[in-house]
Design a protein around this ligand. Structure first.
Ligand code: MGD
Ligand code: MGD
Ligand code: MO
Length: 746
């Protein structure tokens, strides 16, 4: 057996290969908490679901209307590489010539694989920029609402993500850690672009040992590790803003609000106060009012508010909270509540987001922006909010509000996707199916026959990172890894770079795309540009050859000792925030001027769309669709490791035992989960430590509609979720606002 170093977005592994097969996957010594997800590589890479050769959908080739209605339900012809590349390149050219480049949608959102050179989306964007550009997508499914609202009120999102209060500071100073949405350890296995040392769980355990008290505010008790001995408060999903307002009321009426800080460091508190007390709208946001909405006792709300004011308190919210209807509001309200406590900028006090959403959040490493593949710029300069893709496809010419401006949807004729799976990530997949059948052509690069490949017209088989050489290095990880090729390209697969080089060849710009560099020359070029960046920042990177032979490099230590808000706290005039006022905007004149009903000028409780009593009597259960424990999204769902976590061959729906008994359902049963948008099968598991009105069905099962279209077979929650923007401000996805009913399917 020979071992090869491979980096994934859930850790770094030494992959053992014998007789051309992966036979063993082992974490590396540098990782204190190796993630089991690595085991997906065992049979996942060489799985029978690999796409072997380029393929073109039959009706697309044969029918004058391209057989668009059969997209997703058709068969494919195998086509030789040269022919397939020529057909795809000519179709790209035709669409650009006849309809303009904005008729090509190349947003291609998705996580793809670790590795800086072979990053599929970067390769696509470099290619498409050279042919005149396309319509792109802005923001992410992860944090769209946060990315748009936070710059108005506190700081740009990249700064928050990478610079916010460290867990080290929490360990040393925090007495009370209040986590809305919990700190689910399953999620900290993963980090975009790669992760070497998993330490979130260890850091949180150290904080507990040092005396920090944890409060889990989530419908699910398991959202915090029980070893942290958390207190559990279980709000109805989507009601965190009401709960926070109830606490704000206690702080204000009991004289516990930090009035000096609110005056010196914030703008707009008087407006917040009027709203909290009900002077402006006649509704006092009292603990009783909050309790009637969020389902937590008023006395618990009061007690927690008072305790937060007494202790060194750190507030945090999971990213999931902003992935719901009006998802901007919980984040704004969390900032507001932290401002009222007046501890922002103190060691271990204040607030931050997503501690344990990904492995890097709260780490105290040096941040370094490694050089990437040069992508050029998109000549069209045009983007839509990422989660509005189905709206765009269905409504060409229509207008959508976004962050104070209006965006007009183009008429999309061609979609190109490489490194993402919209049939995983998008909401209301039955609606997406209708939208997806509108364009003339869909081209996809994929290693496997995943849903996005099945829903394409032209499919190019891509290699996986085990079949190529690359560098893993990300701005939030202290290591760079040399990723070794462990296997030859499987079947007829080519790397995304080779695929786009082939297309660029047909279109006459091969040299501009490849710069006549080999894979190794690209890696060396990227490394040398990183060496220059490092020298500018006063440290030294080894030569490429040294890095190649060592296999690994660790950045110098450079811990941040002062909190990111400490200077602002010390002197708000000299160290202003990057907001319009330079202060923390509890009321934003900018947002108020946009005039959006669904995102007013200060953090507000706005009833979620799917919420009315009538909705709840038909579909009484709140569906949460969290991230899966045994894989990254839909990646490697075909592997044994992921499949071993299923019940009855389906993704697992977890329900409270009493809710199950009411429906005469037993653990292990095959169930049908449904609402007015769709239905799917799932295997039932029971958990007494969650709300009775809440069920969870993790994301990631490969979308498999029944032949007649009705019932999704594998347990993909996105046939149930609603495809609605969080608000006119951010237009983020709102998957967590969703009501369903469950019944037996056997
Ligand atoms: N209901 C609900 N839906 C959600 C969420 C939720 O909480 N609830 N969460 C959302 C969030 S936060 C996110 S980030 C999205 C994630 O959505 P995605 O990032 O789109 O999901 P992935 O399954 O990671 O898709 C990556 C695809 O790239 C392919 N791939 C891997 N490596 C390569 C490569 O080298 N080349 C090529 N060409 N392809 C490759 C994989 O096979 C896979 O099909 O989902 C969103 N959807
Ligand atoms: N293993 C694994 N880890 C992952 C991923 C993966 O696919 N697999 N994906 C990664 C990605 S792309 C992202 S963006 C992050 C996402 O990180 P998060 O957005 O934090 O993850 P989720 O699992 O969607 O949600 C976390 C918890 O929030 C709770 N919750 C949901 N809605 C509400 C609410 O309204 N109120 C309260 N109080 N709680 C609520 C749910 O119980 C859920 O378990 O995870 C990353 N980590
Ligand atoms: Mo995400």
């Amino acid at each position: 057996m020979k071992r090869f170093r491979n980096a994934t977005q859930w850790g770094v592994y030494d992959v053992g290969v014998e007789n051309g097969r992966v036979v063993d996957v082992k974490g590396i010594d540098e990782d204190p908490e190796v993630s089991d997800i690595g085991q997906v590589l065992l049979d996942g890479v060489q799985h029978s679901s690999r796409i072997q050769r380029p393929a073109i959908r039959k009706a697309w080739l044969e029918k004058s209307d391209r057989g668009r209605d059969r997209r997703g339900a058709d068969e494919f012809y195998d086509v030789p590489w040269d022919e397939a590349l020529e057909i795809a390149a000519n179709e790209l050219k035709r669409v650009a010539n006849e309809h303009g480049n904005t008729a090509i949608f190349g947003g291609s959102y998705g996580w793809a694989s670790a590795g800086r050179f072979h990053h599929a989306q970067s390769q696509l964007h470099r290619f498409i920029n050279l042919m005149g550009g396309c319509t792109r997508a802005m923001n992410s499914y992860s944090t769209a609402a946060a990315q748009v609202i936070l710059p108005h009120i506190i700081a740009p999102w990249p700064q928050m993500e990478l610079q916010q209060t460290t867990l080290e500071s929490v360990v040393t100073h925090t007495e009370l850690f209040v986590a809305f949405g919990g700190l689910p350890s399953k999620n900290a296995q993963v980090a975009y672009g790669g992760v070497t040392e998993h330490r979130t769980g260890l850091d949180l355990a150290r904080a507990r040992q040092a005396g920090a008290e944890f409060v889990n505010i989530s419908p699910i008790a398991g959202d915090i590790d029980s070893q942290l001995q958390p207190t559990w408060l279980a709000p109805i999903p989507g009601t965190d803003v009401a709960l926070m307002l109830g606490m704000a009321y206690v702080l204000e009426t009991e004289g516990l609000a930090a009035s000096d800080f609110l005056q010196s460091h914030c703008v707009g508190y008087p407006k917040v106060k009027d709203y909290v007390l009900g002077t402006s709208d006649g509704v006092a946001k009292s603990p009783d009012w909050a309790a009637s909405i969020c389902g937590i006792d008023a006395t618990d709300i009061e007690a927690l508010a008072r305790k937060m004011a007494r202790k060194r308190t750190f507030l945090t919210a999971a990213w999931s909270l902003q992935r719901g209807d009006h998802g901007e509001q919980p984040y704004w309200m969390l900032c507001t509540l932290a401002a009222m406590l007046g501890q922002i900028g103190t060691p271990g006090g204040g607030f931050g987001f997503g501690y344990s959403a990904e492995a890097f959040v709260g780490t105290n490493y040096k941040r370094f922006n490694w050089a990437t593949l040069p992508k050029g710029r998109n000549p069209t300069g045009f983007s839509i909010p990422v989660a509005r893709i189905a709206d765009m496809l269905l409504n060409p010419g229509a207008t959508v509000d976004y962050d104070g401006r209006e965006i007009v949807y183009p008429d999309t004729k061609l979609i190109y996707w490489a490194g993402g799976n919209p049939f995983h990530h998008h909401q209301d997949l039955n609606r997406l199916v209708k939208a997806w059948r509108k364009p003339d052509t869909v081209i996809v690069n994929e290693p496997w026959w995943t849903p996005v490949a099945q829903w394409a017209d032209i499919v190019f088989p891509a290699t996986t990172s085990l079949e190529r050489t690359d560098i893993c290095a990300s701005s939030h990880d202290p290591y760079a890894h040399y990723m070794q090729q462990a296997l030859p390209p499987q079947h007829d697969a080519r790397s995304d770079h080779e695929i786009f080089a082939g297309l660029a060849g047909v279109l006459g710009f091969a040299e501009a795309f490849t710069e006549n560099k080999s894979e190794r020359e690209w890696l060396k070029d990227m490394w040398e540009r990183s060496q220059t960046l490092a020298a500018q920042q006063g440290f030294h990177l080894p030569t490429f050859e040294e890095f190649e032979s060592n296999g690994m490099y660790r950045l110098p230590e450079e811990p941040r000792v002062r909190d990111w808000m400490a200077n602002f706290r010390e002197n708000p005039e000299r160290s202003q925030l990057q907001t319009p006022s330079g202060k923390l905007e509890l009321y934003s004149a900018t947002i108020a001027e946009f005039g959006y009903d669904d995102c007013p000028g200060q953090a507000s409780w706005l009833e979620p769309l799917e919420w009315q009593e009538t909705d709840r009597s038909r579909y009484p259960l709140h569906l949460l669709s969290p991230q899966p424990k045994r894989r990254l999204h839909s990646q490697y769902d075909q592997s044994k490791f992921s499949q071993d976590g299923k019940i009855a061959g389906r993704e697992v729906l977890t329900m409270h035992p009493e809710a199950a008994a009411d429906r005469q359902l037993k653990a292990g049963a095959l169930v049908r989960v449904f609402n007015e948008r769709g239905a799917c099968l799932a295997g039932l598991s029971l958990d007494a430590s969650q709300r009775k009105d809440t069920v969870t069905l993790p994301t990631g099962a490969w979308f498999k509609p029944s032949p007649e279209g009705g019932l999704e077979q594998n347990g993909n929650p996105n046939v149930l979720t609603r495809d609605k923007g969080t608000s006119s401000l951010a237009q983020g996805p709102s998957a967590h606002t969703c009501l369903v009913e469950v019944e037996s399917a056997s």
